[in-house]
Design a protein around this ligand. Structure first.
Ligand code: 5GP
Length: 193
């Protein structure tokens, strides 16, 4: 059995800035390592297999569900699955590192319930739903149907914020990054009274 380590969970509706914050923390805190999720969606832009995601077929994903290889998984968008493999967390803990997640809201809460005090769950809150919609539209990576689905999901996800350990407001990305760094540093090395 691998010794249980710590986990940092960043969840938010997509477009709230969590990916940028997670990437920033990875450059700043060497003890963090990114949990690479498995997904059935196609790679976008310059995304790389085994780095950004494990891109796998739906068939393989379903097989991995059936053989209980996921700690959590979600059909985040209709027909598109995302999940955290048990082996991924163990791979990172084995190195003595802390796992950091960029994960949807339900998946984040699932992990928090499972790992309790070992996990810090942070909800990244966008300034408003309108700003979120502008950011998602401006990204230009989705067609209209996909965008509508993302908006609907975002609206629902904003209601989950109070269930997280911390709500991190992202009105200004640079400020949010610095605040996130402080929160994570305090969780990893708490000041003793
Ligand atoms: P995207 O397609 O934009 O990369 O990701 C869509 C959503 O799925 C994002 O909110 C992302 O954080 C989430 N996601 C990525 N990996 C996982 C995972 O392993 N499990 C769950 N539940 N959600 C994930």
């Amino acid at each position: 059995m691998t010794k249980e380590g710590k986990l940092i969970i960043f969840s938010a509706p997509s477009g709230a800035g969590k990916t940028t914050i997670v990437q920033y923390l990875l450059t700043k805190i060497p003890e963090l390592e990114f949990s690479i999720s498995a997904t059935t969606r196609e790679a976008r832009g310059d995304e790389q297999n085994n780095k950004d995601y494990y891109f796998i077929s739906k068939e393989e994903f379903l097989h991995r569900i059936a053989t209980k290889q996921f700690v959590e998984f979600e059909e985040v968008y209709t027909g598109t699955f995302y999940g955290t493999l048990r082996t991924e967390i163990e791979r990172i803990w084995k190195k003595g590192k802390t796992v950091i997640f960029d994960i949807d809201v339900e998946g984040g809460l699932h992990l928090k319930r499972k790992y309790g005090e070992h996990a810090l769950a942070i909800f990244v809150q966008p300034p408003s739903l309108e700003v979120l919609k502008e950011r998602l539209t401006g990204r230009g990576t989705d067609n209209e149907a996909k965008l509508r689905e993302r908006f609907a999901k975002a609206e629902k996800e904003l209601n989950y914020a109070p269930q997280f350990d911390i709500i991190l407001k992202n009105h200004d990305l640079q400020t949010a990054c610095v605040e996130a760094e402080e929160l994570v540093a305090n969780f990893l090395n708490p000041l003793t009274p």
